[in-house]
Ligand binder design. Structure first.
Ligand code: NAD
Ligand code: DAU
Length: 332
């Protein structure tokens, strides 16, 4: 596949994917991105102009989506409203982009018979107890908790229906929590790193015992390329790197890696309906498609992420104040 359309390619994981594609393949990439508050054209800076083109536009714009889809071999669909806290405040953009946007792209993939890969999340499965020995697998029943995760679950089901009813050549992946460069400062890890840089104490929701299963964004990208190359049409693959950590441990690690006391953080108002634990069993992807993560060590991946935010303040500085004002208005 030489020509790729990457939706949401100016966002966190999408831009990491575009960098990964340029570094590891010969493919040409068209990015379709609305450049919402979460998109940043600067995340694509330095990439060769003859390989990467950014089109500013909305995935619900059927005419634009049709034109772009007709001219590529495959669509890799990252674009979404992605933040749970925002979805609790204003769910409407989540329904528009995550459901109607995915529908619009599927219709174009169907019309032009294009390969389609849908990027989704482990949150569609709901949450696990802390002591549950099971992890999420491809057969775990859907049980989303938030407006965000329910719209992602809905988009996954649209993809499955378009495969079965219309023969669209689609695959789906559901990945756990990503960390790495180019992540918006509203999210947990960059929020705490940039708080420490600004002299603000990190903020932990509730008790901080909630567990997330961390994977470096570059490992997510290599998994998606593997599925694009070897994945079976109609199949779902879970992506994870065995990176379970509770939130309190992550905050303590950030503080110590940044030279602060490990308890120099505040407990703040918990998230409504806060999922307790996510954990991915990625056996299918590893055994059937031969994928393995490259970032085995969360602590060194976190250290390089901290270094990235320290050296790239111009990338995030303009979003920081508005993000913290929003959280402050909610006691977070
Ligand atoms: P992000 O919020 O950083 O980026 C989303 C991008 O989509 C932004 O560039 C934004 O401008 C663009 N976008 C939003 N609405 C659009 C629209 N209507 N039309 C075109 N572009 C639009 O999100 P992210 O964290 O990079 O997540 C990307 C995808 O990966 C999402 O589908 C998300 O559900 C999924 N995912 C994220 C994680 C994670 O840990 N962040 C984990 C698993 C899956
Ligand atoms: O699991 C995959 C999902 O991971 C993706 O589908 C989402 O797009 C992505 O945003 C992420 O969702 P989370 O809600 O898990 O990520 P977030 O970074 O918002 O929060 C991670 C954990 O940290 C969660 O338990 C809430 C907590 N938290 C978050 C913030 C912003 C805090 O304790 N303090 C904070 O300031």
């Amino acid at each position: 596949m030489q020509k790729l359309l990457v939706t949401g390619g100016a966002g966190f994981i999408g831009s990491n994917f575009v960098h990964h594609v340029v570094e590891n393949t010969d493919a040409h990439v068209t990015v379709l991105d609305k450049l919402t508050y979460a998109g940043n054209a600067a995340s694509l800076d330095g990439l060769p102009a003859d390989r990467v083109r950014l089109v500013k536009g909305d995935i619900v714009d059927a005419e634009l989506v049709d034109t772009l889809t007709a001219n590529v071999d495959a669509v890799i669909h990252y674009a979404a409203e992605s933040h749970n806290d925002n979805s609790l405040h204003d769910p409407k953009p989540f329904v528009d982009t995550n459901i109607i946007g995915t529908y619009t792209l599927l219709e174009a993939a169907r019309r032009y018979d294009r390969r389609f890969h849908h990027i989704s999340t482990d949150e569609v499965y709901g949450d696990l107890e802390l002591d549950d020995p099971e992890r999420f697998t491809e057969t775990t029943p859907y049980n989303p908790s938030s407006p965000y995760s329910s719209t992602k679950a809905g988009s996954d089901l649209l993809v499955r229906a378009w495969v079965r009813s219309f023969g669209v050549q689609a695959t789906i992946s559901n990945c756990s929590n990503n960390y790495g460069p180019y992540q918006h400062v509203e999210k947990f890890i960059p929020r705490q790193i940039t708080n420490v840089i600004r002299g603000i104490r990190p903020k932990l929701y509730g008790s901080g015992q909630n567990v997330r299963d961390w994977i470096h964004a570059d490992d997510h990208s290599s998994a998606v390329l593997t599925i694009l190359g070897k994945g079976v049409i109609g199949e779902t693959y879970l992506i994870g790197a065995d990176g379970e950590k509770d939130n309190r441990s992550v905050v303590e690690l950030i503080l110590t890696q940044m030279g602060q006391e490990s308890d120099a953080y505040d407990h703040v108002t918990d998230r409504a309906g806060h999922d307790l634990r996510y954990a991915i069993d990625s056996t299918k992807l590893r055994t059937e498609l031969g994928w393995l993560p490259a970032f085995g060590d969360f602590e060194s991946g976190l250290a390089s992420t901290i270094a990235w935010y320290q050296t790239n303040e111009p990338w995030w500085a303009s979003s920081k104040d508005a993000t913290e004002s929003f959280y402050a208005s909610k006691g977070q």
